[in-house]
Design a protein around this ligand. Structure first.
Ligand SMILES: [Zn+2]
Length: 207
């Protein structure tokens, strides 16, 4: 698909779905009140709206390489995920945050295999320094499962847990979770078999 195809898609959308839901769109024009935020990977195969059948206005989504949440950092850097999280939690007052991992994740694989180690920004370095958020999890996973398919699956799951732990380093998240106003969830969508596995306690179970 190229931009020309996207425009064709837009014309179809404008002539059908948009027409059918005109009222809903004019309602949405006055504001949004999604109840759940989803943090997913940028990977083209794992669009949360597609997987969950969500309509415009229903889920607040941030996507990045390997669906990661960095820890709370007050270091003068520009924090896209933290900004979106702050907006969703403190302004939109979402009730739930879901970290959605996925199978065959290239970002996770780059971390697992260290394929981008020692690269410069622009040559893989941006990705390398982003996915090094998983370095501690990687060590644990490699020791137990190696760097093959089992390790890949394990690191995809561990990565979700790391992001959930990092979410709790944001004071505005922690206080709401402890007050019962915000729930955090983790899940991994397999792609291969279309299975969603949801984090229950410490393990991922078929949904
Ligand atoms: Zn991915």
């Amino acid at each position: 698909m190229h931009f020309s195809d996207l425009k064709e898609g837009y014309y179809r959308f404008r002539g059908t779905e948009w027409q059918q839901e005109r009222e809903r769109w004019s309602e949405l024009a006055t504001g949004q009140s999604p109840k759940v935020m989803v943090i997913a990977c940028s990977d083209s195969r794992v669009d949360p709206a597609t997987i969950f059948g969500a309509r415009p206005g229903e889920i607040f989504v941030v996507r990045n390489v390997a669906n990661l949440v960095p820890p709370f950092e007050d270091d003068g850097g520009r924090h896209g995920v933290s900004a979106a999280l702050e907006f969703a939690v403190t302004k939109l007052e979402v009730e739930e945050v879901l970290v959605l991992g996925h199978g065959a994740c290239g970002g996770v694989n780059a971390c697992l295999t260290q394929s981008l180690a020692n690269t410069k920004p622009g040559e893989g370095g941006f990705v390398a320094h982003w996915i090094d958020l998983l370095d501690d999890a990687r060590e644990k996973v490699v020791a137990e499962h190696g760097t093959g398919p089992e390790g890949q699956k394990a690191l995809e799951q561990e990565g979700v847990k790391v992001s959930l732990q990092n979410l709790m380093t944001f004071p505005f998240v922690k206080e709401r979770v402890e007050a019962g106003k915000l729930k955090l969830h983790g899940a991994v969508f397999a792609i291969e078999d279309g299975r969603l596995r949801v984090l229950e306690g410490d393990t991922f179970e078929n949904a």
